[in-house]
Design a protein around this ligand. Structure first.
Ligand code: FAD
Length: 395
C-alpha cells in the first residue's frame, strides 16, 4: 500500500536515507541495496593506518536497519537503473521497482586520469581512499618499511572525497613514524596550493612533526603527473621520487553506477535540485553524498548523513502531496593530528541564489594557537562524533 523506496548504497548517505524514509513514512516499503554485507567506514581509517585502531573498528552491518526498522536489505551490486520503467537491476539478476529511488554510491577512482595509475597500480601503490583491503595493504607497507624510509602521499586536485583527509592521513602516519620509525620522512606531493584547515595542520606539524612532514604545493612542483607503480616511481614535472611507500590518492568521480545510469554531468558528479537532492536529469531519483554536486558542502560522511535527511524529508513531503521544506544541512569535519590532538571545521548550509552555500557566520574552524587541553578535547569530540554518526546512520 505504501510507496516503494529503493536506496542504492549503504554508506553514510544511503543507510541514513533508508532509516529516515522509514521513520517519516512508516508504511513505505524501503529496500536498501549494497554490494557488500558490511560497510567499512573511511572516517577513522587513518587511525588504522597509524596502528591506533584495528580495521574491525570501522565495520558497520545493516542488522539494525533490517531488524529495528523493517528495511529490506539486499546484498548485491546494482548494475542498471531504468529511470523510465523505474526499475533497478542487480548483478544477481534481480529487478526491483521503485516509486522513489535514492542513490548514494560514493565515489570511484578515475583510473588513468593520473598517467600510469590504474587498478593494477593501486595494488602496488594503494590509494586507501575506500576503506577495507586497500587500508590493510597500506598499513602492511608502512609496517614493512625500514626506519629511515620515505613515505609519499600524492594528494589530488579538487573536488575529491574528504578535503582534509590526505592531511589527517599525513599527520597520523607521521605519528606512527615518529613513535616507531623516527628516522623516516613523509612528503606530501600536492596538486593544490591550499587545502582545508591548512593553517591549523601546519601549526600542528611544526609542533609535532617538524622533521618528518614536508608539504610540496603545486606551485613548487608538487603535482604528480605520472606514476610507474612497478618501478615504484612517482614523477612531477621536474622530479622523480622512489619512496619506500607510495600512497596515491587519484582524481575521483561519482561511483560507476551513477555514471552508467546517466545521472552525472561532464564534471563526473551528479547535478541535483539543491532543496531536495532530486536529480535534475532523472525525475524521482535522489542523489546524495559524495556522488552529488552539493555546492559548498564538502564531500564528507557528515554531509552525506545530513543530505540523506533532507532527501528523506523531501520524499515524504512529495509522497504526501506537500511541498518540500527549504533545505538546511550541517557538516563538521574533525581531523586528528595525533590521538590527543584534534581540529575541526563546521558549517551550516542553505540554498542561496539557487546553490547550496554556507550561512554567513554559522561555522568556522578551530582557533589557532590553542592550548594542549583544547586540542585534546577536540580529539575526544572526534571520537564522540564518530560514535554518534554511526549510531544515527546504522544503529
Ligand atoms: P559511501 O559511504 O562510500 O557509501 C557508498 C556505498 O555504496 C558503499 O557501501 C558501496 O559498497 C555501495 N555501492 C556503491 N556502488 C554500488 C552499487 N552499484 N550497488 C550497490 N552498492 C553500491 N567524512 C567525515 O564526515 N568525517 C571524517 O572524519 C572523514 N574521514 C575520512 C577519511 C578518509 C581517509 C576518507 C577517504 C574519507 C573520509 N570521510 C570523512 C569522507 C566519507 O568517507 C565520505 O564522504 C562518505 O563515505 C560519503 O558517503 P556516501 O554515502 O556518499 O558513500
Amino acid at each position: 500500500s505504501g510507496p516503494r523506496v529503493v536506496v542504492v548504497g549503504g554508506g553514510f548517505g544511503g543507510a541514513t536515507a533508508a532509516k529516515y524514509v522509514k521513520r517519516y513514512i512508516p508504511d513505505a516499503h524501503v529496500t536498501l541495496i549494497d554490494g557488500a554485507k558490511t560497510h567499512v567506514t573511511c572516517p577513522f581509517s587513518n587511525t588504522v593506518l597509524a596502528g591506533i585502531n584495528p580495521l574491525s573498528m570501522l565495520e558497520r552491518n545493516f542488522d539494525a536497519l533490517a531488524n529495528k526498522y523493517g528495511i529490506a536489505v539486499v546484498t548485491d551490486m546494482v548494475t542498471a537503473i531504468d529511470p523510465v520503467t523505474k526499475v533497478v537491476k542487480t548483478k544477481g539478476g534481480v529487478s526491483i521497482g521503485y516509486d522513489k529511488l535514492v542513490v548514494s554510491p560514493g565515489v570511484d577512482m578515475k583510473w588513468g586520469a593520473l598517467e600510469g595509475y590504474d587498478e593494477a597500480a593501486s595494488m602496488i601503490m594503494p590509494h586507501a581512499w575506500k576503506a577495507g583491503p586497500q587500508t590493510t595493504l597500506l598499513r602492511q607497507q608502512l609496517e614493512a618499511m625500514p626506519n629511515g624510509g620515505t613515505v609519499i602521499i600524492s594528494a589530488p586536485g579538487n573536488p575529491y572525497r574528504c578535503p582534509p583527509g590526505p592531511y589527517e592521513r599525513a599527520s597520523l602516519i607521521a605519528y606512527y613514524l615518529k613513535t616507531q620509525k623516527p628516522k623516516s620522512k613523509l612528503i606530501i606531493l600536492d596538486a593544490k596550493d591550499a587545502f582545508s584547515k591548512d593553517k591549523l595542520f601546519k601549526e600542528g606539524w611544526e609542533k609535532m612533526y617538524d622533521n618528518i612532514i614536508e608539504w610540496v604545493p603545486a606551485a613548487k612542483n608538487g603535482k604528480v603527473i605520472r606514476v610507474d607503480a612497478k618501478a615504484g616511481v612517482l614523477e612531477t614535472d621536474f622530479d622523480k621520487f622512489k619512496p619506500a611507500v607510495a600512497n596515491v590518492i587519484p582524481p575521483q568521480s561519482a561511483a560507476a553506477i551513477a555514471l552508467a545510469s546517466g545521472l552525472a554531468d561532464k564534471s563526473g558528479f551528479c547535478p541535483v535540485d539543491p532543496n531536495t537532492f532530486e536529480s535534475t536529469i532523472h525525475k524521482d531519483i535522489f542523489v546524495i553524498g559524495d556522488a552529488c554536486v552539493a555546492g559548498e558542502m564538502p564531500k564528507s560522511g557528515y554531509s552525506a548523513n545530513s543530505q540523506a535527511k533532507v532527501a528523506a524529508g523531501a520524499i515524504a513531503a512529495m509522497v504526501m502531496g506537500d511541498k518540500p521544506a527549504p533545505m538546511s544541512a550541517i557538516n563538521t569535519c574533525y581531523s586528528l593530528l595525533a590521538p590527543d590532538y584534534g581540529i575541526s571545521v563546521s558549517g551550516i548550509y542553505s540554498v542561496q541564489d539557487g546553490k547550496i552555500a554556507g550561512i554567513k557566520g554559522s561555522g568556522g574552524v578551530s582557533p589557532s594557537g590553542a592550548p594542549y587541553q583544547f586540542r585534546k578535547k577536540e580529539a575526544d569530540f572526534a571520537s564522540g562524533w564518530y560514535a554518534g554518526i554511526c549510531q544515527d546512520s546504522w544503529g
